[in-house]
Design a protein around this ligand. Structure first.
Ligand SMILES: Nc1ncnc2c1ncn2[C@@H]1O[C@H](COP(=O)(O)OP(=O)(O)OP(=O)(O)O)[C@@H](O)[C@H]1O
Ligand SMILES: [Mg+2]
Length: 541
């Protein structure tokens, strides 16, 4: 030693540090708190949450990832659970609540083991083994679904929407969603399908019942022609996309123009007028009868367009311009005077339609048939927002079901089957890993038990009954929140894509393992560590 009692300080002042069991305990507590925050919203009988941000804006939702995104989470371990939800959302688009609840439960079961002096590394390794086995079981119990099974796809979409506020109209929305996703699905050379959800666009408008939402095979642009006297409908539209202003550039430097003779003003104005006229002439000469301009259109140019019978919109969003380009085959032109017939796109119809009090442009019969828009309606903006979120969940599950061609039953039946088979597996592994695999198996049961709890039923009785039925060979026994009984989920058509479970179990395991392996948290000033002992660290023990 020889250093006496003077602590050697190697970390900046204000750095906080937690170690060993304290670090683990605090991390796990924070992560579990996140899981608890979303528990009550799981399943058809789950509740919605009203979130109010610091600006006073309100979001009402049942969507796990939305709840967590809106919450201002500080703790680093808690943030890792929020990441689980985000990953689930980006990879699958549904199952965000389940994935977080599962991660929380894996950690809870781990605490029990740590308390019983099982080392976190052993738990982590056991969890990894259990995850591999769970993935295998999941694959084995999944069933095939093809893009032509419209009925099955419709049911998958319905399962994803049942817990949302659109639940009552879910059949109607499911039809819309399946139609939209099938329209944009692409068949690869290997016969497999891919779905690019970017091809499905939503346009929200409050002020009507949610089941007045509908699908448009084409595009909806939230713009109207710049002048009343322009045509309201253009058939066989030749479309120009222009990323330049139909305006005469004002000089950058403040130039003073001295006019000594009134005729000079006239000449000056005439010059401007000519330039604008030339621009419009150029568009006309290229053969366009519709123009979408990303920039501004001068009053005079508007007048020339109207006189030429051209449908012109200005200040169109960049994303809309790109979408227009993709679907109509038009290229976006930066220099008006270089516009050429070959740059134009085509649509059978460009039409001005009134939606509520607003005018919008509908573009249908486009070149690329894989363009779909959904006009989303709802009584208020909050409702329309939640309808949109539910549709996103629904088309995401239909997408992944089509891509993977595999589905499983819901209502906790799949989780329960995995739990049962994991217990058998644990016994075969034996040794110290066995106890961790068993803990993993019990953690899987959090899904059926939370579904039961949220439906006001006894979670323990439900889980026991479900175990019994799975032991007896009913792989599809799950919880029916409407009757409160354990029933056959395949018979009830409660089905969901295989990828929900695959991703949820994977990312929940990853997060739990990562959090378990941490035994030292060093946080710079301002970086939040959990509650508990910290202060100046001593590095010499
Ligand atoms: N009719 C039903 N009967 C039984 N269980 C159902 C039924 N419909 C859905 N479920 C179950 O409800 C759970 C899904 O609930 P929910 O949609 O609230 O959460 P999530 O999908 O995990 O997260 P989120 O949708 O917020 O991303 C799944 O376990 C699913 O099997
Ligand atoms: Mg869901």
């Amino acid at each position: 030693m020889g250093m006496g009692n003077t602590p050697v300080i190697i970390l900046k002042e204000g750095t906080r540090r937690e170690r060993g069991k304290d670090a683990q305990f605090n991390n796990i507590t924070a992560a579990k708190a996140i899981a608890d925050a979303v528990r009550s919203s799981l399943g058809p009988r789950g509740m919605d949450k009203m979130l109010v941000d610091s600006m006073g804006d309100v979001v009402i939702t049942n969507d796990g990832v939305t709840i967590l995104k809106e919450m201002d989470v500080q703790h680093p371990a808690a943030k890792m659970l929020v990441e689980v939800a985000k990953t689930q959302d980006s990879e699958v688009g549904d199952g965000t609540t389940s994935s977080v609840i599962l991660a929380g439960e894996l950690l809870k079961k781990a605490t029990d083991l740590i308390d019983a002096n099982v080392h976190p590394t052993i738990i982590a390794n056991g969890y990894r083994l259990a995850n591999d086995k769970a993935q295998e079981v999941l694959k084995n119990i999944s069933k095939k679904v093809s893009i032509d099974d419209e009925e099955q796809l419709n049911l998958i979409a319905q399962t994803a929407m049942i817990s949302k506020s659109v639940g009552g109209s879910r059949k109607y929305f499911a039809d819309m969603v399946v139609d939209a996703v099938k329209t944009v699905a692409d068949k690869g050379a290997d016969g497999k399908y891919t779905v690019d959800l970017k091809n499905i666009q939503t346009v929200k408008k409050a002020g009507a019942k949610m089941d007045e939402s509908y699908v448009v095979k084409g595009l909806i642009i939230d713009k109207e022609p710049v002048q009343q006297s322009m045509p309201k409908v253009v058939e066989k539209a030749k479309i120009a996309l222009v990323d330049a202003a139909f305006e005469v550039k004002k000089t950058e430097i403040d130039a003073k123009i001295q006019i000594t003779d009134p005729t000079q003003i006239a000449a000056f104005v005439a010059e401007e007028e000519n330039m604008l006229r030339e621009m419009v002439e150029k568009v006309k000469a290229a053969g366009a009868n519709v123009v979408f301009c990303q920039k501004g259109i001068d009053d005079l140019a508007q007048h020339f367009f109207a006189k030429a019978g051209i449908y012109a919109c200005r200040r169109v969003k960049k994303s809309d311009m790109e979408r227009l380009g993709r679907s109509t085959g038009a290229s976006i032109v930066n220099k008006i005077m270089e516009l050429d017939a070959s740059d134009l796109g085509y649509a059978e119809k460009v039409e001005l339609k009134k939606v509520e009090d607003e005018d919008m442009t509908f573009i249908t019969g486009v070149k690329d048939p894989k363009t779909v828009s959904i006009l989303v309606r709802g009584g208020t903006n909050h409702v329309a927002d939640e309808v949109e979120r539910s549709l996103v969940d629904a088309w995401s599950v239909v997408k992944v079901a089509i891509e993977d061609g595999m589905m499983v039953t819901g209502g906790g039946s799949t989780a329960m089957e995995i739990a049962m088979q994991l217990r058998d597996y644990a016994a075969s592994v034996g040794g110290r890993a066995q106890i961790a695999i068993e803990a993993f198996a019990s953690a899987m049961e959090i899904i059926p038990s939370t579904l039961a709890e949220n439906a006001g039923r006894d979670p323990i009785d439900t889980v026991i009954e479900m175990r019994k039925q799975h032991k007896a060979g009913n792989k599809y026994a799950g919880f029916n929140p409407y009757t409160g009984k354990v029933e056959d989920m395949a018979a009830l058509n409660v089905i969901e894509p295989y990828r929900i479970g695959k991703q949820a179990i994977n990312s929940a395991t990853d997060a739990a393992v990562m959090i378990l392996r941490i035994d030292d948290v060093i946080a710079a000033r301002g970086g939040a560590a959990g509650p508990g002992p910290q202060d100046i660290p001593d590095m010499d023990d």
